[in-house]
Write a protein that binds this ligand. Structure first.
Ligand code: 2P0
Length: 320
């Protein structure tokens, strides 16, 4: 009745922003991501009839904030008549700061909970369950370059290319360490309801998905860079035009973006992406890691730098 799983966060190159079915948490658009290697969330789930309520610790401290969503995830995976659970989470990067902590958390707890309950589910079923709890979590059930297809009544997730087949490097500039002001679930709904750009965002997503898929299959870095930056800026434009506006960037975010532009101007193979938070992720060819790291470290206001390669799918590490 106890199982532990590890999942890595993923960074979307073609973004998921907006839901078409709130109840089932189905995305309005497909997305393409890269799973990271060196950032992780480990989740241990123990189902225990003697417990009066679910309990959660994150990095050794009792945490109430995430508990309702994690309990709802356990209800989905194990069933609503399940025993209460003790959840122990360990994470080696800042949570709720735009580093996709919910993706790795829900991917890991879905795998751990299924095993703790003795359910043998395939990866597609696990991805669907994880996606019900957090849309981006479905992608962390796979490694490397991952596409989430938005189908009529469900999602379909698959790996386009393994991490070893195109081993890019991701340099993350941390510009702020606190949690974000507006969670992405709420911000997506604000965008859907109020942004004048939302409809064209949804309508044009398939073009970007096709271009990115093609670039990945042909290992065409320049094409991937162009479409990923375009898609990222389009998503943020949708947010900025919402009422109230949703602005995750700070002045350091903008300075990092300019630093990446400058590197590109000097022939460095790198591009940026920014999610629902102020951090800047610079994706580069491995041979350019040092230059990218140096340029972002030297950018005024950058608090920390994390560097990672691409990683593999969520996995079970222990069951007892
Ligand atoms: C993504 N983001 O594709 C996009 C880009 C943030 C910006 O998926 O409401 O935590 O839990 O399904 O997965 C963040 O949203 O949202 C996200 P829910 P999730 O990575």
């Amino acid at each position: 009745m106890r199982a532990t799983a590890i999942a890595q966060p993923n960074i979307a190159l073609i973004k998921y922003w907006g839901k078409r079915d709130l109840k089932r948490n189905l995305p309005a658009v497909g997305s393409i991501s890269i799973t990271l290697r060196d950032l992780y969330t480990e989740m241990q789930v123990e189902l225990d009839e003697r417990l009066p309520a679910d309990k959660l610790t994150v990095n050794g401290a009792v945490d109430q904030a995430m508990l309702p969503r994690l309990s709802a995830c356990l209800d989905l995976v194990v069933g609503s008549t399940r025993p209460c659970a003790s959840i122990i989470s360990r994470c080696n990067f800042p949570v709720a700061a735009g580093l996709a902590s919910s993706a790795s958390a829900f991917a890991a707890i879905t795998v751990a909970a299924a095993h703790a309950a003795g359910k043998s589910l395939g990866v597609a079923a696990l991805a669907n369950l994880a996606g019900r709890s957090s849309g981006s979590a479905a992608r962390s059930l796979y490694g490397g370059f991952v596409e989430l297809e938005n189908r009529d009544s469900e999602i379909a997730v698959r790996s386009i290319c393994d991490s070893e087949q195109w081993p890019l490097t991701v340099v993350i500039a941390i510009t702020e360490t606190g949690p974000k002001a507006v969670g992405s679930t709420e911000a997506m709904e604000i965008s859907r309801r109020t942004s004048p750009f939302y409809a064209s965002w949804v309508e044009r997503q398939d073009d970007d998905l096709e271009s990115a898929r093609d670039a990945i299959q042909r290992r065409d870095f320049e094409q991937l860079a162009a479409v990923a930056e375009h898609n990222c800026l389009k998503m943020h434009s949708v947010m900025w035009a919402s009422r109230p506006p949703v602005v995750y960037w700070n002045s350091v975010t903008m300075r990092c973006l300019q630093a990446v532009r400058k590197l590109q101007g000097s022939g460095v193979g790198v591009f940026f992406t920014i999610d629902a938070g102020p951090q800047v992720k610079a994706i580069c060819m491995p041979e350019h890691e040092q230059e990218v790291r140096a340029a972002l470290s030297a950018t005024e206001g950058v608090k920390d730098i994390m560097v990672t390669g691409l990683g593999n799918a969520a996995r079970l590490v222990d069951v007892s």
